[in-house]
Design a binder for this molecule. Structure first.
Ligand SMILES: [Cu+2]
Length: 171
């Protein structure tokens, strides 16, 4: 009698562990998507900054790469180039208010009036991404990034490179 109980208990234990092992892999939700409140459709975290996403483009092989500044986004929003490459950007403010093109780590801070243009030379990072933003409207999602070709894609490699992430959207 006693022996029978032990055997049944052992059998149950084996069944339980086997069951556990096979079923546990399905429901792991390790992604952190807490910031789902961004207004409007195309916001995503770019280089650690919540940004209005208007596309990713490679920089021009030679000459200038045009970047549109508008109310309130950069287009393209992510610029991809070769690691360490210097790139001249032609910034065009097509909005109705003043915008800036600012990169803290490269000492760039250009103010551009509505209808105006400006040129800046930026450096594609050696790896990862570098955040740029408009200092007036960063909190509204006016931000973007310089990235090494192939390293900005998807949701993975967009690591923050030093700029602080504003949690609130200044609406
Ligand atoms: Cu702006």
């Amino acid at each position: 009698m006693r022996r029978g109980v032990v055997i049944v208990a052992f059998a149950l234990l084996v069944l339980a562990t086997a069951g556990c092992g096979s079923s546990s892999s399905s429901s792991s939700s390790g992604t952190t998507t807490e910031e789902s409140s961004g207004g409007g459709g195309g916001q995503r975290a770019i280089a650690g900054v919540q940004a209005n996403d208007h596309g990713t483009k490679p920089v021009a092989d030679s000459g200038k790469t045009e970047v549109e500044l508008d109310d309130f986004y950069f287009k393209p929003t992510v610029l991809e180039g070769k690691a360490g490459e210097k790139v001249t950007l032609e910034l065009k403010n097509e909005g109705n208010t003043e915008h800036s093109f600012t990169i803290d780590s490269q000492g760039i801070d250009k103010d551009i009036q509505p209808g105006d243009e400006a040129e800046v030379t930026v450096t594609i990072p050696k790896s990862g991404v570098v955040s740029f933003y408009c200092k007036f409207h960063k909190s509204s999602g006016m931000a973007g990034a310089l990235a090494v070709t192939g390293q900005s894609g998807g949701t993975g490699g967009m690591t923050d490179t030093g700029t602080t992430t504003g949690k609130g959207y200044g609406y």
